[in-house]
Write a protein that binds this ligand. Structure first.
Ligand code: PMP
Length: 387
């Protein structure tokens, strides 16, 4: 099935009788809309309005950068304001990383599967992809020689270490350390996408790779890990506020790219985000964890009840996704067609998340937007279809 056909099917998802586990988006009922209304209105009152409506610096709104430096410190990343760069969502950061690091023919190491939007952003730079596997023993010199034979060099590795999109999986501390060592041996940048980092429902937090990098190499200025974060899953995606945390030479180059692209992210959105984050971030995220955590539990329980023999799935400790593997030979794109038309339930076929289009027997379920009763019903429908 071609992507455009899947898109046609996904258009049907607005119909109320369809239970959709397809969209990886936050539940709009949980947006802190009243707090944003207040913050925006105050930013637009009196002399403050001239700042909110004026051009501003490319690095980002200084108080927001300061809040984020503190926030990164709270998750173990010792950094200063100069190490924070504000982007229009973390998607913009991914686009900039491609521009900064990749030329056509270069090699990017990515998870197999990996976040579709990262592949979309990097594809513009025409890289070649190879699997990023923390447990691989492939010799760096062999990887380098293969990359050269393909007409470029190994330039970056990209991963979401916490509750990845699409698998929901978290890489443990040992795996993170091994990846860092690999990146060091290859002399490449390691991009750590922390889009879901704050949404942990159980288990102990694992320090970001950037934190380990800083501890091993004596400070953020000696680090090779480039961390990108986002307010999209915690506050609201429509405001398009994300950030990068990295060594200052990286930040300086990203600032140049931003100056050429859009000068700066919207000032009003940054001012409002800083205010809302400062006032409610921790309490708000605690509330999200309760709601999404209960939905995750409900989906895992329903899968155990409803899935036939031979179907397996991940058990995420956070985020928004469960990754399902059907017995070999199944095609989840064909299943989607039947699921939508016959069972009125939807998901995303897994092949789209693999750079080589493999993984046809996999699919991604999102539990973020369906209430618990609809999760039970939707998984039961899927089970009947597969059974
Ligand atoms: N990274 C990952 C892993 C994501 O799932 C997403 C959104 N789906 C993004 C980055 C981009 O999010 P945003 O641009 O809204 O920050």
């Amino acid at each position: 099935m071609k992507a455009s056909e899947i898109r046609e099917l996904l258009k049907l998802l607005d119909q109320p009788d369809i239970i959709s586990f397809a969209g990886g988006i936050p539940d709009p009922e949980l947006f802190p809309a009243a707090e944003f209304a207040k913050a925006m209105s105050e930013a637009m009152t009196g002399p403050r309005a001239s700042q909110a409506l004026q051009y501003s610096v490319s690095e980002g709104y200084a108080p927001l950068r300061a809040w984020l430096a503190d926030h990164m410190g709270g998750i173990g990343v010792a950094c200063g304001v100069e190490n924070i760069f504000i982007t229009s969502g973390s998607q913009q950061a991914l686009d900039y990383f491609g521009k900064l690091l990749l030329s056509p023919g270069d090699t990017a190491m990515v998870g197999w599967p990996t976040y579709l939007g990262a592949l979309g952003a990097f594809n513009a730079c025409e890289p070649r992809y190879i699997p990023l596997d923390p447990w691989s023993n492939a010799a760096p010199e062999d990887l380098r020689a293969e990359a050269e034979a393909a007409g470029g060099a190994v330039k970056m590795a990209y991963l979401s270490a916490d509750f990845a999109n699409p698998t929901g999986e978290t890489l443990d501390a040992e795996g993170r350390g091994r990846l860092l060592e690999r990146a060091e041996a290859l002399g490449i940048a390691l991009i750590e996408d922390g889009a879901y980092q704050a949404l942990r429902y159980d288990g102990d937090p694992v320090p970001p790779i950037l934190a380990t990098d800083i501890a091993r190499n004596g400070g953020i200025e000696n680090s090779r890990t480039i961390y990108c974060g986002s307010f999209s899953k915690t506050l609201a995606p429509g405001l398009r506020v994300g950030w990068v945390c990295a060594a200052t030479p990286v930040i300086e180059r990203l600032v140049l790219i931003k100056q050429a692209a859009d000068l700066h992210s919207p000032t009003l959105n940054q001012i409002a985000t800083e205010r809302v984050a400062r006032e409610i971030f921790d309490d708000h995220v605690a509330g999200l964890r309760r709601v999404y955590g209960a939905r995750r539990d409900r989906m895992l329980a329903a899968l155990s009840r409803e899935m036939p023999e031979g179907v397996t799935w991940t058990r995420p400790e956070g985020g928004m996704f469960v990754w399902v593997t059907l017995p070999a030979g199944n095609d989840s794109a064909q299943l989607l067609e039947r699921a939508v038309r016959e069972a009125r339930v939807a998901f995303v076929p897994g092949a789209a998340f693999f750079p080589d289009g493999s993984g046809r027997n996999t699919l991604r379920l999102s539990f973020s937007c369906a209430d618990e009763a609809r999760i039970d019903e939707g998984i039961a429908r899927l089970g009947r279809l597969l059974g």
